[in-house]
Design a protein around this ligand. Structure first.
Ligand code: FAD
Length: 505
């Protein structure tokens, strides 16, 4: 995902230089006027006194360019996105979030919301708007007796797994522990336990959300049911979720997990086993094929990740079809601590590699898709290329299509291709073009896409068709709760009354 973007306005750049000086002195000192941008792309001057007033109302922090923490806030997991918000608010409580949302709405400011910063489309930061960065608003509180966990809106997955597993309880979340609960859950939430316990949204009991009018609303099956429905799959369209309440399930500490690694020449066999077994595998088994071509001409690899969370005595029987791929180069499958497994895909230095991802749901893997996947994979000495699948099905598929806003319940897997290159390399356009070329041979096999993997170039029409029969209901909700489309940096559902909106970033 490469899009190096720098501040384009000389005016704004001048203002930022002034902020650096001011903010270093004290936030209670005067702040110069700031040239920022509205959600419609027009310049707007924020009076320094108004910004100072906002800063004074916060328990948390207001950061301007040059302040300690500003860069960390604006950076995302993917270093391709190098944007500079005019203001960053780091709330520590709900009133802070309400104050920031109201300020953004009153000034019609472009608004980005960041939790874990994993957005593939770079929509949790922005140039010259306001970013609400939830990193100081984290924590998970377990009520073991009630089998519930309350999670603040800025929390990372690993914090939840750690807190709940201390009680032998779990809620299904994603596979990389530094992903944000906020973004992952609102788009759906797939992971190693989703086939057993359902998607993350299927495990929500309630959410508290600050909507565009600045009100805090409780959404559950008893209260604001319409909002509760839309928040489960509708992404960040309806407001900032301050608290997620998930149900918990008893979970053993040890699971059987690991990787079978084969040479790239076995890619077809790995994918064929996935095609044949993914739909009928027990719900306790998660399998994920990954085909990788590293940069620099190193040999490619075909891998199958497995995670089995059923009774240990049944593990080998569940794995038998996977073992039929043949003798691997290496086999790391063993009993593992679940929390450790959840951390095993964490990136130690995410800012070293820029990435670009395309993805879509498949309901099967016919032979011609496997042929396109294997024959079309193109190596490049400067670029790593991978194609991988997040297995769905099982409990994910048992909810009806209209039970929540998430519509792609029939998916067998989320198919993704990703390219990665050294951060800062100047040939990103070439890598992105190569990924798109490859994807153009695969896309016809997909039906819909995961909104959390929305491509940066996605259009409103893409979003519309992805939600299938649920779209009209989402538009009605958006019109009710966010008529001015304040929350637009997401897979944007556009309200009826919007005069001029776009989902392009
Ligand atoms: P952010 O970039 O912080 O936020 C993304 C968007 O979410 C924001 O633009 C905003 O619209 C919204 N948002 C975030 N928090 C809130 C909130 N509290 N209230 C309202 N809106 C909010 N997905 C899976 O399902 N399973 C996986 O296993 C998985 N693994 C991944 C691994 C990596 C390394 C990466 C980069 C992504 C992965 N994803 C996975 C995709 C992931 O779900 C999305 O990237 C998701 O948007 C990440 O959420 P975040 O909070 O980290 O992102």
């Amino acid at each position: 995902m490469q899009r190096r973007e720098f501040m384009s306005s000389a005016l704004a750049a001048g203002s930022l230089a002034a902020f650096k000086f001011t903010s270093a002195l004290s936030r209670s000192g005067p702040i110069p006027d700031i040239v920022a941008i509205t959600s419609d792309g027009a310049d707007i001057t924020l009076r320094g006194a108004e910004v100072l007033d906002l800063a004074k109302r916060l328990q948390g922090q207001l950061l301007l360019a040059g302040d300690p923490g500003y860069d960390e806030a604006r950076y995302l997991w993917n270093p391709s996105f190098n944007k500079h918000p005019a203001l960053v608010v780091q709330p520590v409580d709900v009133p802070d979030i309400q104050a920031a949302v109201s300020f953004a709405r009153e000034h019609n400011l472009l608004l980005a919301v960041k939790c874990g910063g994993h957005s593939h489309s770079g929509q949790s930061t922005c140039d010259r708007g306001m970013q609400i960065h939830l990193s100081k608003f984290r924590g998970a509180h377990v009520d073991a007796a009630a089998r519930r966990v309350s999670v603040k809106g800025g929390t990372l997955l690993g914090q939840v797994d750690r807190a709940t597993m201390a009680h032998g309880l779990v809620t299904p979340l994603g596979t990389v522990s530094h992903t944000g609960v906020g973004g992952l859950t609102l788009g759906g939430g797939f992971g190693r336990l989703a086939r057993r316990f359902g998607m993350s949204i299927d495990n929500l009991e309630s959410m508290d959300v600050v909507t565009a009018d600045g009100e805090l609303r409780h959404a559950s099956n008893r209260e604001n049911q319409d909002l509760f429905w839309g928040l489960r799959g509708g992404g960040g369209n309806f407001g900032i979720v301050t608290q997620f309440e998930f149900k918990l399930h008893p979970m053993q500490r040890q699971v059987i997990a690991g990787w079978l690694r084969f040479p790239i020449t076995k890619a077809r066999d790995v994918l064929t086993v996935f095609a044949d077994y993914a739909a009928t595998a027990p719900d306790d088994l998660y399998i994920q094929p990954i085909i990788t071509l590293p940069p620099g001409g190193a040999p490619g690899m075909a891998e199958m990740e497995v995670g089995y969370c059923g009774p240990v005595k049944d593990a080998e029987r569940a794995l038998a079809p996977v073992r039929k791929i043949g003798t691997p180069l290496s086999d790391s499958i063993k009993a593992m601590d679940y929390v450790e497994l959840q951390r095993s895909g964490d990136t130690s230095d995410p800012r070293a590699v820029a990435t670009y991802l395309k993805g879509g749901f498949v309901t099967s893997l016919p032979d011609d898709l496997i042929a396109a996947l294997v024959d079309g994979l193109e190596g490049d000495p400067r670029r790593a290329t991978a194609v991988f699948f997040q297995q769905c099905g099982g409990a994910c598929s048992r909810a009806p299509e209209d039970a929540t806003a998430f519509a792609n319940r029939d998916a067998l897997a989320n198919m993704m291709t990703l390219s990665g290159w050294s951060s800062g390399a100047s040939d990103s356009a070439e890598h992105i073009a190569a990924t798109r070329r490859y994807w153009s041979t695969l896309e016809k096999f997909t039906r819909g896409f995961y909104v959390n993997d929305i491509a940066r170039e996605a259009t409103a029409r893409d979003v519309n068709s992805n939600y299938r029969g649920n779209y009209a209901r989402l538009v009605a909700l958006k019109t009710k709760y966010d008529p001015s489309n304040l929350f637009r940096l997401n897979a944007n559902v556009q309200p009826d009354r919007a005069k001029r909106v776009t989902s392009r970033v």
